[in-house]
Design a protein around this ligand. Structure first.
Ligand SMILES: Nc1ncnc2c1ncn2[C@@H]1O[C@H](COP(=O)(O)OP(=O)(O)OP(=O)(O)O)[C@@H](O)[C@H]1O
Length: 886
């Protein structure tokens, strides 16, 4: 009973599982049955129908017996009697039961595995702890596993194929991932770079803008704050623009051959807005220099100084000996302070020097300018060891040599010193005399030059006399021929040697060593650059490309002080001082002296410079006005003592020139060859009419037009003797009647000593009218000049600018009158209009009525003029063939 019940229970379970399981279970059962049938005695009936058998097996009591069953029953009945039959039956039943149990367990396991996965997936899905994508992945994995198992069961090769497929897919995927990864990496790199750049930019924007040199990064925030606080207390230097040029202008400049740096100057507005206190930190001046400036009444730097001085001071320590300090070209209006723009930094930089060497050379067109610039240097050099000298031919050549160099004579007892032997640090000179020293003074060398200043540069560049520039440039460059060595490399000159016998060459500038010694070529050694910085100054700087090129400038910069709103053409080339008022008076040639008298007597013009076109013209006018004043004052009730004219000198200029020619080339004495003569020999013609033929580039067109070669404003060569035939003037005029006009003349015809005393008298206000040639039209700084009279109107704009620029200097006011002859009026107007200056000139019409009271004395003076001139000519040893008294 118990067995049956248990069987039933199992049978029930089996039944249930059969309905839910698959055919293989039935197959297996069939196989098992088949196996069992092998061991049993030959069956009495065919039991191939599994279902029937199973049914029979499992529910034999409840199922009606069929025909075979009848046989079985019969057999059973018959075998019940035998043991074999019983054991067989038992084992079969047991086996069936075991198989059924196994199958049931397996199905149960399978069922529970699937359920477990499904349950786990459900749990994960519901869990907040697991991210959704992981949950889905796990679910997918579980499903895939189940599916794979099913497939594996269906097709044993499916798994292999699937695995291969999966492997291939994975390989493809890996490859794709790798590609994507590479792309991502590239993208990331780019992103990183972008991010870095953004960060840098942000940092840069956040960084405080500091203009203190060398203070860009700070060790700490506190340092940065301190620097900022310090900066806040400073007034920053003005920033100067670089000139913007239109495409048309660019093309024009290019076609004219004007270099780019010259076409794009750094522009500075003139005027007080760009003035800065002399103690400004950026100027870098020492306390000593600041004190000297204050003593001289200089509290602020003018605009041109504010722009130029920091540029020079920045290069004070030549950090890189392979790189030359950049050259500088400066164009600034007359009286704007260009001289101090180079004098102050040169003194400040050279004041640190240990050994005296010739380190600064200032080249100027006239000796009067040399004296003026020397006085300026001497004002500010106080408190230093620096020695300043001039070389203008004023003294004898031998005397100058003794001042300039030590051991001036090269002989066996006093050999040439390789590095030169200078007694001065700064030399101010005219070109002619400088060349004499370069050629003929032993131990005079330019190899140590740190500054080469060419003031009034455009004027000097017009002067090709003696090839002065060529000689200077040659002297500042080391000689490629090693001229101090013999052909075999041996010493061609006797060297100074120390106690061990080694040549003493420590005075040789590094860049010049190769001129004296055979230096082995080396890849390691970089060539030494020259330390000389060329500085060019002018109120009307040339843009002639050929002339600029002849200077061999290195890394040049162009600084221009000029009015804003300029467009780079002719209009913007010349800026006149802000305090200058300009007038023109159109009149007949014969009326011009009367016009001068009108200015003096009716417009109360005093402290005036009156420019004529030549030395002779100046002399005639001087005599006429002097005579007029004499007549006027002697006919008035108040006697007037006119300046006393006395003849001085022993020999005529012409005689002197002959003497000089005889002495020519005899150095070591007064060297008086003909530059003065040359300057004045052409003086009957308007010097401005001479065009420059010193090799200017024809492509520069308009530039050349202005580069006239003047004849009376440059002293290219040697000094004249102190004996002269020219008129002298007694400048000690006392007491002067209140209504007397004191007149004097100034030209290259005067002896040097007299020139200086006349300038002094004028500066002291003792001379009301100084009639002069163009010798002082450039650069001269005569402080009392309140008026300029262009007695002969200039032919070129440059000359006009320099002449009228003798007044209204250093921010003061002044007036200019141009007497324009009827036939010159058209040209004058064109010239001024072309320079964009026409609207600045007012026209004055002087009616004959207005000068009526001057005419009687004037007529008398004219009548007496011829006699005066003739007698002064006789007093001048009858011989000045250069003078025309008609
Ligand atoms: N910073 C300054 N403060 C006061 N006066 C100054 C200053 N700089 C220069 N000056 C004065 O201005 C005058 C003109 O200066 P300077 O002779 O240097 O002019 P410049 O530009 O060279 O003129 P030019 O083109 O005619 O040669 C001089 O008397 C000089 O002493």
């Amino acid at each position: 009973m118990f067995n049956i019940r248990r069987f039933d229970l199992e049978a029930d379970t089996t039944q249930e599982s059969i309905t839910t399981t698959t055919t293989p279970t039935n197959d297996r059962l069939a196989k098992l049955n088949a196996r069992l049938n092998k061991n049993k005695p030959p069956p009495t009936s065919n039991s191939s129908d599994t279902t029937t058998t199973t049914t029979t097996t499992t529910n034999q009591d409840s199922i009606p017996h069929n025909k075979d069953n009848k046989h079985h029953k019969k057999d059973r009945d018959s075998t019940n009697k035998g043991t074999n039959e019983i054991s067989y039956k038992r084992s079969r039943e047991e086996e069936d039961a075991r198989v059924a149990r196994e199958e049931a367990r397996r199905q149960k396991d399978q069922q529970s595995g699937k359920q477990r996965w499904e349950k786990r997936a459900k749990e994960l899905k519901d869990s907040d702890l697991v991210p959704n994508d992981i949950r889905l992945a796990m679910k997918a994995e579980a499903e895939a596993k189940v599916k794979a198992e099913r497939e594996a069961r269906k097709n044993p090769f499916a798994a292999v194929i699937a695995a291969a497929q999966a492997e291939k897919e994975k390989a493809d995927e890996d490859m794709k991932d790798a590609e994507e990864e590479e792309e991502d990496e590239d993208k990331d790199d780019q992103d990183d770079k972008d991010q870095e750049k953004d960060q840098d930019e942000e940092e840069e924007a956040d960084r405080p803008e500091l203009h203190l040199e060398g203070v860009e990064r700070f060790a700490s925030e506190a340092d940065a704050d301190a620097a900022l606080a310090e900066l806040a207390a400073l007034v920053p230097l003005p920033t100067f623009e670089t000139k913007e040029v239109t495409a048309l202008e660019k093309e024009r400049a290019k076609s004219m051959g004007i270099p780019d740096w010259l076409a794009h100057p750094t522009l500075i507005e003139p005027g007080e807005t760009n003035n800065r206190p002399i103690s400004e930190r950026q100027f870098g001046f020492s306390e000593r220099l600041i004190k000297q400036c204050r003593k001289a009444g200089i509290e602020e730097c003018f605009a041109v100084q504010t722009a130029v001085i920091p540029v020079l001071m920045r290069a004070r320590h030549l950090g890189d000996i392979r790189k030359a300090p950049g050259d500088l070209c400066v164009s600034a209006p007359t009286g704007s302070g260009k001289t101090l723009a180079y004098v102050l930094p040169i003194i400040e930089i050279l004041s640190q020097r240990v050994v005296t060497r010739l380190r600064a050379l200032v080249v100027l067109p006239t000796r009067d300018l040399c004296i003026q610039v020397k006085e300026t240097f001497e004002t500010f050099v106080k408190g230093t060891d620096l020695k300043i000298a001039t070389s203008t031919g004023q003294n004898s050549f031998a005397h100058e040599q003794a001042i300039l160099v030590g051991e001036s004579h090269c002989n066996s007892t006093s050999p040439r010193v390789l590095g030169g032997h200078s007694r001065v640090d700064v030399l101010i000179t005219t070109p002619g005399r400088l060349i004499d020293h370069i050629k003929s003074t032993p131990n005079f060398t330019l190899q140590h030059l740190r500054f080469l200043v060419i003031d009034e540069a455009d004027r000097l560049l017009n002067q090709s006399f003696q090839d002065w520039l060529f000689h200077i440039l040659n002297a500042i460059h080391p000689s490629p021929e090693r001229k101090f060595l013999g052909a075999d490399g041996s010493e061609a000159i006797q060297l100074k040697r120390d106690h061990l016998g080694f040549p003493i060459h420590d005075a040789v500038a590094p860049g010049f060593l190769s001129s004296f010694f055979q230096i082995p070529e080396s890849d390691v050694e970089d060539p030494k650059a020259l330390s000389v910085q060329k500085l060019l100054f002018s109120a009307t700087l040339t843009r002639n490309p050929a002339k600029i090129a002849s200077l061999q400038l290195s890394d040049p910069q162009y600084v221009a002080v000029q009015d804003g709103g300029q467009d780079g053409d002719e209009k913007s080339k010349y800026t006149t001082p802000a305090g200058l008022t300009e007038h023109m008076i159109v009149c007949e040639t014969s009326e011009k002296p009367l016009m001068v008298l009108h200015l003096l007597h009716h417009l109360q013009v005093r402290s005036a410079l009156c420019f004529t076109k030549s030395v002779e013209s100046a002399h005639r006018l001087y005599k006429l006005i002097q005579l007029y004043e004499k007549i006027r004052t002697t006919t008035t009730t108040t006697p007037v003592k006119a300046p006393v004219v006395k003849e001085v000198g022993k020999g005529s200029k012409a005689t002197k020139v002959k003497e000089k020619k005889a002495k020519k080339n005899s150095k070591g004495q007064d060297d008086e060859s003909g530059s003065e003569e040359e300057n004045s020999s052409d003086s009957d013609s308007d010097s401005g009419d001479e065009s420059d033929n010193s090799g200017s580039d024809s492509s520069s067109g308009e530039e050349d037009e202005e580069d006239e070669e003047e004849t009376d404003d440059v002293e290219m060569e040697h000094a004249e003797s102190s004996t002269s035939t020219a008129m002298d003037i007694d400048t000690k005029i006392a007491p002067t009647p209140t209504n007397a006009i004191v007149v004097a003349e100034f030209s290259s015809d005067l002896p040097k000593s007299k020139r200086a005393s006349i300038l002094r008298a004028f500066n002291n206000g003792e001379i009301h009218l100084l009639i002069c040639s163009d010798l002082i039209s450039r650069g001269m700084d005569l402080s009392p000049v309140s008026c300029v009279i262009n007695y002969d109107s200039p032919v070129y704009m440059k000359k006009y600018i320099h002449r009228v620029g003798r007044t209204a200097r250093a921010g003061k006011s002044g007036t200019a009158y141009s007497l324009v002859e009827m036939q010159e009026a058209r040209h004058f107007k064109e010239m001024i209009t072309k320079a964009g200056h026409w609207d600045k000139i007012g026209r004055i019409n002087v009616k004959s009525q207005e000068v009526k009271d001057l005419v009687p004395s004037y007529q008398k003076a004219l009548g007496g003029l011829k006699d005066v001139l003739v007698s002064s000519s006789r007093a001048g040893k009858k011989g000045s063939s250069r003078r025309s008294f008609k």
